[in-house]
Design a protein. Structure first.
Length: 278
């Protein structure tokens, strides 16, 4: 049988997390499908009552998204246009029941290559905040995600928040699957574009489900800077997109199809963002 802990403070939570064999839980939308027994066992730490892990707050020169913020909460949040991609991804995470239970922290710690939240967070320059009895530290999201189901979490650490610096421009997210809803992605792309005087002043692009982890397309994004908005979509090039990706062929799609789909979706998204932001 499981021994359940449900603390209300972060200090109590990290003290419990330091114990032997403690497993963390929040929305449980990834936890329960992953277990192979009829019931949980061992010490379980429920984070949903910890006050310091909740909410979406303006903080200094950026934003703090608590680790137990639900996807439905993120989808409804009043956030700047740069977060439009993250809010769109929040509406694609499973069905409404999953969005009402699943948390952003759990999504990141599960570290699926097809995690919907990761590409838009990469375009926002997101960091994760981690806490333990040893103190707190921050890591860029790209450094936190190390591979399928692999993160930089150390023993006894809890992901407490996602930190996003004040981003400019407008964001977007698109997901390609075999059907219109409740689908694991074949490809997903995110972008954030800021224009100045009719030209691209800032650009951030990311692709998920095309390798062990979602990746930022830094070379392709850099190639858009200074380009007139009307020409930016045409600068999306296979030579700048494909080397950053490592798709597999599986039952959902061939690797070559994923590469082509990523490039086409990025081109369409950049064209759309340049029209909307102009």
């Amino acid at each position: 049988m499981a021994e359940l802990f449900r603390p209300q403070t972060l200090d109590d939570a990290v003290a419990i997390a330091a114990g032997e064999g403690v497993r963390l839980m929040a929305g449980c939308t990834d936890l329960f499908p992953a277990i192979e027994t009829a019931a949980l066992s061992g010490p379980m730490l429920d984070l949903t009552a910890v006050r310091g892990l909740r909410g979406i707050l303006r903080e200094g020169d950026g934003w703090r998204i608590g680790a137990t913020a639900r996807w439905a909460e993120i989808a409804r949040a009043q956030l700047p246009p740069a977060f439009d991609g993250l809010r769109a991804a929040a509406r694609e995470v499973g069905a409404a029941q999953i969005q009402n239970a699943g948390t952003i922290g759990g999504n990141l710690c599960n570290a699926s290559p097809a995690a919907d939240g990761v590409p838009p967070l990469l375009t926002l320059g997101a960091q994760v905040e981690l806490a333990s009895t040893r103190g707190r530290r921050r890591l860029p999201l790209a450094a936190f995600l190390r591979g399928p189901r692999q993160t930089a979490l150390e023993p006894g650490e809890i992901l407490t928040a996602v930190i996003v610096p004040d981003p400019a421009g407008r964001g977007a997210f698109r997901k390609l699957g075999a059907r219109g809803a409740l689908v694991i992605s074949i490809v997903m792309v995110a972008a954030r574009i800021a224009l100045r005087d009719g030209k691209v002043a800032e650009a951030a692009l990311a692709v998920g489900a095309c390798g062990p982890v979602a990746v930022s397309l830094d070379r392709q994004a850099a190639a858009l800077i200074g380009v007139p908005a009307t020409e930016a979509a045409g600068r999306i090039a296979a030579a700048l997109v494909e080397p950053a990706l490592a798709p597999l062929s599986d039952v959902r799609a061939e690797a070559g199809y994923r590469l082509e789909a990523a490039r086409v979706l990025l081109r369409r998204m950049v064209a759309e963002l340049c029209r909307e932001t102009a």
